[in-house]
Design a protein around this ligand. Sequence first.
Ligand code: ARG
Length: 408
Amino acid sequence: MLEGKKVVLAYSGGLDTSVCVKWLEQQGATPYALYLDLGQGEPAGDVKAKALRIGAADALVRDARTEFVEEYVAPAIKANALYGGKYPLFTALGRPLIAKKLVEAAREVGATHIAHGSTGKGNDQVRFDVTTASIAPDLTVVAPVRDWNMSRPEEMAYAEEHGIPVPTTKESPYSVDQNLWGRSIEAGPLEDPDHEPTEDVFELTASPEDAPNEPRYVELGFEEGLPTTLDGEEYALVDLIADLNTIAGAHGVGRIDMIEDRLVGIKSREIYEAPAALTIVTAHKELETLTLTKDVLRFKAAVEQRYTELTYEGLWFTPLKSALDAFISETQKTVTGTVRLKLYKGNATVVGRTAPNALYNKDLATYDPNSTFDEAAAAGFIALWGLPARQWASVNGGTEQSPLPSKH
Ligand code: ARG
């Protein structure tokens, strides 16, 4: 069924996608490998050479870091996007971009099929398949690893049989996915949720115990919801994230250990490292508390929750996601200012914030006798505010235990 078809495969250089190249070739297809640099820190030249060696008709390499950061990470910052309140969604944000680039490459080489190396158990298959369906419904998506249902040892055996270098050495039992916004580590001993991750799991973060004894202060300057300066110096967002990963990571900031609800119904244990992401989102949220009204903050929290779910669940290119983007962007017009954080032994703690449009008014808030707040107005306000509560209690009884008479 793939005989004679051109197929563009999302290629990472890892075992799964390497096996896919060979498998596609064996089906009589012409496999094109597409490697996208999203800041995973691997030399693209090596990955390209490997794809060609295994049998790809061509290996395309694209540096997509700036597009990733500006089109995918930036909206996630504005949305304070943390799935389950913890995971900054870096993999989930990368997948729709990879799918988009696969479609572009398919158009370039005249392919009718695209392929990815996702298994049948994860969220990534959903993200690839649904994104492709949303933007290029004429293309067929192939997922060899899923359709094949090969176990890891079987894949390794297949790789060895076909002379594919096996990258996951037997000493490293982990499955890793990484881009500029974070790094995920799964599998091996981490599948026991009661097992504390050992230090060999981490690459971007120092252990808090080994982090410097002196705190490091960083000042992040935001403009309309996005960080533009670090310690007073102007930065492109892509460089700011890269530098902040190093700075915050050195202080052990950004380690996350969580049980996550996958879209396919499985609970999984995930370890993440996201030093820049956690620092930026912490600072961004803080600046919002200074510059947005109570109503906007409350309503936005509900929007953020839904936005995060849509992103996680592969619905990036959908009308609801676009509409929520429009709402969120509107809220960011006044989110300009600076936030000072203290990085110390695994924590990024906000210690100061300023904004030209700060809604905080010291004259109102101060306990000094010369405060401009009219305390005399408070009593009347409270009388009306509490009126429904008073009315309810007078009708139904005001006991502390149960406001309504019990039925029993
Ligand atoms: N659990 C995260 C997510 O679904 C990370 C997945 C990492 N993907 C991978 N193929 N290792 O977004």
